[in-house]
Design a protein around this ligand. Structure first.
Ligand code: SF4
Length: 482
């Protein structure tokens, strides 16, 4: 990919971003994306065209298969021009680097590709763990610099919101650089160590298990403590007198829970610490932490008060287990109604294994999120708002490195993409600082003309193929790096 360059003695000037580097012969610019090759400004990485294949057979498949395609909304060919390695144009009114026409099922299509420079971008990180990573809104740091914060947790997962224009541009120069590096590494599926104020240290790598305080997480819980009681109550019926599923959020108690009542499980006189929400469901039985069920406890008996002597009797049995089954212990009450740990009976061990079996592997998920601003849209059309409308009307399909994106409703083109769905090394940076991410817009050629597209710059797929790298791209399930 060649772009315009201005000679200054033997240096040439790159005009692909606002930094406007002067580059010596044989050297690369500040972002390592452009170089001076014998006096020509070249994009260093190959431009990637994807040929999607099924992972086992290697046969070519269209992006959206289906013989009854009516051509009403965007259909893509099996050969797809990505923006990876395509380069960037600057300033904004210049047409995107590649505007490529192709024919799909007799319909003339066009794909407009550019490596967008995103100052407004970040990543949303989902970490499948019960363990307490830190309080909501706590600052997340890399190398001591603030790069984001802990946000509301989801079912079985802790969530982080990292990056964004505030950390990229609103703090110190170092904060911006560290944030940019962290975002790029996370987006390129590399491991990044994050330290959370007042919480844990966690190594995040998209598609891999999180490592919390040096320990790799194995399981994502099947449900909260109450849900676990509800799901597995039948397994415990007639095998144990009571069960407590310890959970930082909602601890469940079998004998008090509706699931136990319906199975006629008798009261045991158990007394829980914490705040009773509804029968058999307790909040705040312990402080959050990295011990049993996302609490900080290592001794499960610490969440119990003394048994009620009017109800409890010596010999009563009690299973205590965490929401993942990672921790479990079996007790029997002695003559003084104190729980004494005993070897767990085989059928109760099986119930713990059933909880473990129902836990999915714990993974980190990284979604890159960015807004395709008016300037990027101007590279597609001379009237940027028409591109936005076209996306909202589903006339234009947005992809990132060939991967499907979710476009937020409302104004602008704010999208999210699972970074494991992009080819390796798809993300770059410029030292403004900002992330560089591929973005493609695919639509009918006639619609492109109607929205004021740069029709004079449309070229054929065949004309760019010889200079591009064609990669076989196996179809992969979300969360699996192809
Ligand atoms: S940072 Fe990269 S894209 Fe920007 S001017 Fe320098 S070489 Fe070109």
């Amino acid at each position: 990919m060649l772009t315009e360059a201005t000679a200054a003695s033997d240096k040439i000037r790159c005009d692909a971003c606002p930094v406007m580097c002067y580059i010596k012969p044989g050297a690369a610019g500040a972002c390592d994306r452009y170089a001076n090759h014998d006096g020509e400004l070249v994009r260093v990485d190959p431009h990637i065209i994807l040929e999607r294949t099924v992972s086992h057979g290697g046969a070519l498949v269209p992006f959206q298969a289906g013989g009854d395609w009516d051509g009403k909304i965007v259909h893509e060919p099996g050969m797809f021009v990505t923006a990876i390695g395509a380069g960037t144009t600057y300033p904004d009114y210049k047409p995107a680097p590649f505007i490529v026409s192709s024919e799909v099922d007799g319909v003339d299509m066009v794909t407009v590709v550019t490596e967008g420079i995103f100052s407004y971008c970040g990543v949303k990180v989902k970490i499948d763990t019960d363990r307490y990573l830190g309080p909501e809104t706590a600052t997340v740091r890399v190398d001591g610099e603030a790069v984001g914060h802990v946000t509301t947790s989801e079912y079985g997962s802790q969530m982080l919101s990292l990056g964004g224009v505030h950390h990229l541009t609103g703090g110190s120069k170092k904060e911006g650089r560290v944030t940019c590096d962290a975002l790029m590494d996370l987006s390129n599926c590399k491991p990044v160590e994050l330290a959370i104020d007042g919480g844990a240290t966690v190594v995040v790598r998209a598609g891999h298990p999180p490592v919390v305080n040096g320990v790799a997480e194995e399981r994502m819980r099947v449900g909260c403590g109450s849900a676990t009681i509800g799901m597995f109550a039948k397994l415990w019926h007639d095998k144990v007198d009571d069960v407590v599923v310890v959970d930082d959020h909602i601890t469940g108690v079998l004998s008090e829970h509706q699931a136990g009542k319906l199975l006629d499980i008798a009261d045991t006189g158990i007394k829980m610490k914490g705040r009773r929400s509804t029968p058999g469901r307790y909040f705040q039985v312990a402080e959050p932490g990295t011990g049993w069920g996302g609490t900080k406890i290592s001794d499960p008996l610490s969440v119990l008060g003394p048994f009620d002597p009017k109800v409890a009797r010596p010999g009563m049995s009690l299973l205590m287990v965490s929401t993942t089954g990672e921790h479990a212990a079996y007790y029997e009450l002695d003559a003084a109604l104190r729980p004494i740990e005993k070897e767990m009976p085989a059928d109760l061990r099986l119930s713990v294994e059933r909880i473990q079996e129902n836990c999915e592997p714990a993974l980190c998920t990284v979604l890159f999120m960015a807004g395709a601003g008016g300037s990027l849209r101007a590279g597609v059309t001379d009237n940027p708002v028409r591109l936005t409308r076209s996306v909202k009307q589903a006339l234009t399909r947005v992809t990132s490195g060939g991967a499907p994106v979710y476009v937020w409703p409302g104004g602008g083109i704010t999208f999210m993409v699972d970074v494991t769905q992009l080819p390796a090394g798809a993300f770059g940076y410029v030292p403004t600082p900002a992330l560089v991410a591929p973005i493609e817009f695919t639509l009918r050629l006639s619609d492109y003309a109607a929205l004021g597209g740069h029709m004079g710059h449309v070229r054929t797929l065949a004309s760019i193929r010889e200079n591009a790298e064609i990669r076989q791209m196996p179809l992969a399930a979300p969360g699996q790096h192809p």
